[in-house]
Design a protein around this ligand. Structure first.
Ligand code: SAM
Length: 274
């Protein structure tokens, strides 16, 4: 049965509000699972299994698959489909509300998922900021988001800095809308993020790092001296000192800074007692 027949059989119609575009192309599904390079004992967290197409392949490669689906209508279908596979757990929950560390029993884990696009950033934040982070993520996201994740200085954003602080993102495939049913309005891409054990730049305090970065990006297209002064609530003179001790031209804009420059700015801010 294909997705449409399976859903018809269960009298379910896809919900746009839950980002329900089901990936049916076998070649793409295979590519996603291969990109995860799962070791034989791997634990995988899947977010939004939908009708279970990706789950089915993951179950062949991982020792344990935990699939978290929010749509109660899909739970009986999924439970039935994986009834004879004890290593596949279907969890009925909102991924933004569950205790993920408890769910994976604090084991090392990877995330493999065709994400519901409406909560991509929130999911990335929850996974990457958690004390118990995944080792790797292979996720399908909107193509424009994928390009933003892998951006380099000149086109950085708060999202790019935040993700690159925790891991190395790489686009592994660009997908056209036709591989999904129903066809989404946007194009997609598969991104693999290899999560660092420790951040790639030295900062005295992660919270301060993100305070500085958020302040820098707080005022779109403003020069850093203005954005930081407003965002950190410090006067222009103090802001100029900070930028000076980090070796950053105050006229530059947030999108041009590298991760190392944000770290230097954070160290300067810590030194200035911020
Ligand atoms: N994995 C399936 C596939 O590849 O065909 C479905 C992917 S579909 C793009 C996104 C899935 O995420 C849907 O099944 C949707 O119901 C589910 N979803 C949406 N919001 C969710 C949430 N907050 N927590 C868990 N699952 C969610």
């Amino acid at each position: 049965m294909n997705d449409r027949q399976l859903l018809d059989h269960h009298a379910i119609s896809p919900k746009k509000s839950l980002g329900q575009n089901f990936l049916h192309d076998p070649h793409t599904l295979e590519k996603i699972v291969a990109s995860a390079a799962l070791a034989p004992g791997a634990t995988v967290l899947e977010i939004g299994p939908g009708t279970g197409n990706l789950t089915h392949l993951l179950a062949q490669r991982a020792a344990r698959v935990i699939a978290v689906e929010v749509d109660d209508r899909l739970i009986p279908l999924l439970t039935e489909r994986f009834a004879d596979q004890a290593h596949v757990e279907i969890v009925h929950a909102d991924i933004l509300a569950v205790d993920i560390a408890a769910l994976v029993e604090r084991a090392p884990y990877s995330v493999v998922a065709n994400l519901p696009y409406y909560i991509t950033s929130a999911i990335l934040r929850v996974l990457l900021e958690a004390p118990h982070k995944p080792e790797r993520l292979v996720i399908t996201v909107q193509r424009e988001v994928a390009e933003r994740l892998v951006a380099t200085p000149g086109a950085m954003s708060l999202l790019a800095v935040s993700v690159q602080f925790y891991g190395q993102p790489q686009i592994v495939a660009r997908l056209n809308a036709g591989v999904f049913w129903p066809r989404p309005d946007v194009e997609s891409a598969v991104v693999r993020i290899d999560v660092y054990r420790t951040p790639p730049v030295a900062v005295p305090d992660e919270q301060l790092f993100f305070r500085v970065v958020r302040a820098g990006f707080g005022q779109k297209r403003k020069q850093l001296r203005n954005a930081l002064s407003a965002g950190l609530h410090i006067d222009k003179e103090r802001t100029a000192d900070l930028l000076g001790s980090a070796g950053i031209d105050p006229q530059r804009r947030a999108e041009t800074l590298s991760l190392e420059e944000w770290a230097a700015l954070t160290r300067a801010a810590a030194g200035a007692g911020l």
